[in-house]
Design a protein around this ligand. Structure first.
Ligand SMILES: O=P(O)(O)OP(=O)(O)OP(=O)(O)OC[C@H]1O[C@@H](n2cnc3c(O)ncnc32)[C@H](O)[C@@H]1O
Ligand SMILES: [Mg+2]
Length: 204
């Protein structure tokens, strides 16, 4: 049986501003105040696992242990069919320059690797999100969401973050970066995972 979240403030164990904003927006109807890891001066733990759930557990448990509060982490990324699921858990690593993250570089790599495939190369991809809610006593709950779609080039749109400008969700003609936050939050991988979290932990 899923353990309920009963507090009024939820610690979101992420240092990604885009994720935090989306999460705050998604949780607004449930009257829970969200606070991010940066606001709490929490360090960024090393993500040493090779699965989304493994890394989400590292982030959630580190934050719960450090603060004594239940903490919700988000490990996410994009899986590209023609690249056998890459970059997957390494989605952020593809943007790493050694001096911060460059998502133009990461998206260019994804497109170049697709182009290098012998034709035809279907451009199907999925955004994936794994949320872990961890309590200071070590208990946790896992919630997953997937948004199917395809990748476009050149990139389009300026909203959102990360790989949003190259991802068109299934059933749409626009990229996530051409949608406003409200629209993306109706159908995204994160929205789908948050919906399960809300059902499980708020009974909503
Ligand atoms: O680990 P935290 O602190 O939560 O923040 P992060 O940005 O490092 O997040 P991840 O380790 O989960 O890496 C996820 C990567 O996938 C990208 N990503 C995840 N969700 C996305 C979304 O909704 N739109 C665009 N890119 C996304 C994101 O930009 C990262 O590069
Ligand atoms: Mg990370």
């Amino acid at each position: 049986m899923t353990r309920r979240f009963t507090g009024d403030t939820l610690l979101i164990a992420t240092h990604n501003k885009g994720k935090l904003e989306e999460m705050a927006h998604l949780l607004q109807p449930f009257g829970v105040k969200v606070v991010g890891a940066a606001e709490m001066n929490l360090p960024e733990p090393e993500e040493t696992e090779d699965t989304f759930v493994g890394n989400a557990r590292i982030k959630a448990h580190a934050a719960a242990r450090a603060t004594g509060l239940p903490a919700l982490s988000d490990d996410s990324g994009i899986t590209i069919d023609a690249l056998d699921g890459a970059p997957g858990v390494y989605t952020a690593d593809w943007a790493e320059t050694g001096n911060g993250r460059d998502f133009m570089m990461a998206m260019t790599r994804a497109n170049d690797e697709l182009e290098a495939k012998s034709a035809p190369h279907p451009r199907l991809a999925q955004f994936r999100c794994t949320l872990v809610l961890a309590w200071p006593d070590g208990h946790d709950e896992v919630f997953e969401g997937v948004a199917p779609g395809h990748l476009v080039w050149p990139i389009r749109g300026a909203a959102g973050f990360g790989y949003d400008p190259m991802f068109v969700p299934e059933g749409y003609d626009v990229t996530f970066a051409e949608m406003d936050r409200w629209e993306k939050n109706k159908i995204s991988h994160r929205a789908r995972a948050v919906e399960k979290f809300v059902k499980g932990c708020f009974g909503g």
